[in-house]
Design a protein. Sequence first.
Length: 134
Amino acid sequence: MPLETLTAAWAPRVLSVLRIVSALIFMAHGTQKILGFPPSDKPMPDLLSLSGIAGVLELFGGALLVLGLFTRPVAFVLSGLMASAYFIAHAPRSFYPVLNGGDAAILYCFVFLYLVFAGGGPWSLDALRNTSRG
């Protein structure tokens, strides 16, 4: 089987894997802020603070992305969240992402932006919903 055929066949599935793995790791930031797990030396934020709202979006938005439900609009919101997080919390520390700790925020921003355009892939509830409608 030629490499092009193999990669074309697996590209949609790997898109789903990227969505699921990214969302699970992202969701852990929300569980830490909102549920206190895994434990952190940072205090849990007030839910109405910027950090608290970010935690809620990380937790519930991450869960929706893991499931692949409403992938495009959720990914759009989370991409904006990560762009805002970078410029509010990281960029003021240093111009360089490796020094300001914002490299993960940049990666999440662009992975989620990609999901806005690519969708959730075949292993998603969005794909299941579209199949059942057609």
